[in-house]
Design a protein around this ligand. Structure first.
Ligand code: PXP
Length: 250
């Protein structure tokens, strides 16, 4: 997902199709089927997070996504040795490193890059040498952005979760302050030569100001789209998100 055409790309995260499957211990709904449908409906890429506890996506889902998808796969994982070995076996288009805590419901904060420069630089190098575009999922904090450039990441993904939460809670002044931080973070990262992505918690109500940021090249959206698909179907849910992104960009 690095065509640099200026078109804002949409990566669809299919984790929560697997959440529903796993709730009943059944073989359905199949996240790979959802990924193929998303691809047909205009997703530019598919994102899947293989968590340490395998609570949604499982190893064989990743095997099948790699084997059966045409769209680029963004493999999201914690920066552990186990995940590095899996990434090096599959060599997905992109590897997005996220912090992971076993108890959390979802990825709560950004990765702490500043302060673990050497560890992350050593972690990233073999992935980069294997041809993966390594992305770091971080808060829009200048220290984290500068550190991301130092450790050799190609991409940062800015965490939009705080902005979306503030919007949902009606705390609009704080939301706008967070948006300003995201804008400044995107500009700083771009000036350092990092490609800028964004995601987490985005909905039809919150996507436009993020999509309008000129440095942002890709959005990764999952939970809302999978939920919305219950009511309108996945292709229609994706098409509406695409339309809102394009309008905001326009
Ligand atoms: N980007 C990253 C790095 C994530 O960890 C997640 C959640 O798995 C997302 C994007 C998508 O967030 P959501 O499911 O809230 O749209």
């Amino acid at each position: 997902m690095n065509d640099q055409t200026g078109k804002l790309r949409l990566g669809v995260n299919i984790d929560h199709v697997a959440t529903v499957r796993n709730a009943r211990g059944s073989a359905y709904p199949d996240p790979v089927r959802a990924a193929k449908l998303a691809e047909k409906a205009g997703a530019d890429g598919i994102t899947a997070h293989l968590r340490e506890d395998r609570r949604h996506i499982r190893d064989d889902d990743i095997d099948r996504l790699v084997a059966e998808l045409s769209a680029p796969l963004n493999f999201e994982c914690a920066a552990t040795d186990e995940m590095k070995a899996i990434a090096l076996r599959h060599k997905p288009h992109a590897v997005c490193l996220v912090p992971e805590k076993r108890e959390e419901l979802t990825t709560e904060g950004g990765l702490e890059v500043a302060g673990q420069d050497k560890r992350l630089a050593d972690y990233i190098a073999p992935l980069r040498n294997a041809g993966c575009r390594v992305s770091l999922f971080i808060a829009p904090d200048p220290d984290q952005i500068n550190a991301s450039a130092r450790v050799g990441a190609a991409v940062i993904e800015l965490h939009t979760g705080a902005y979306c939460d503030l919007h949902a809670e009606g705390r609009f002044d704080e939301r706008d302050a967070e948006l300003a931080r995201l804008r400044e973070g995107a500009a700083l990262a771009h000036s350092l030569g990092l490609e800028v992505h964004a995601g987490h918690g985005l909905t039809y109500d919150t996507v436009a100001p993020i999509a309008a940021m000129p440095e942002v090249m890709e959005l990764n959206i999952g939970h809302f789209l999978i939920g919305e698909a219950i009511f309108r179907g996945l292709p229609d849910a994706i098409a509406e998100m695409r339309r809102l992104m394009d309008d905001a960009r326009g």
